[in-house]
Design a protein around this ligand. Structure first.
Ligand SMILES: [Zn+2]
Ligand SMILES: [Zn+2]
Length: 86
């Protein structure tokens, strides 16, 4: 896959990542990485606890590849969520 943003400018750059929101291919210059915090899910039916197969850790950060536009949207919604959690 090629970087969509570079392709629009007539350049051919290999994509190093794909935006998880819109699916755009992104080169190293155009990719944005957001660190998303996963919170352990408890109180599921059956009393189970599930977090990507990890036991004993309440939180975990994982990188998410995003394009510029989606990064702005995700950063905003994460900031709003943190405000409402405080
Ligand atoms: Zn690019
Ligand atoms: Zn995107």
């Amino acid at each position: 896959m090629l970087c969509y943003k570079c392709a629009k400018e007539g350049k051919e750059m290999p994509a190093v990542g794909i935006c998880v929101v819109c699916g755009m291919g992104l080169c190293i210059d155009h990719v944005r990485i957001a660190h998303v915090t996963f919170t352990e899910i408890s109180g599921l039916e059956g009393g189970g606890t599930a977090l990507l197969g990890l036991g004993g850790r309440a939180e975990r950060k994982a990188p998410r590849f995003l394009c510029d536009e989606c990064y702005v949207g995700v950063a905003q919604s994460m900031a709003e969520r943190q405000k409402s959690e405080v």
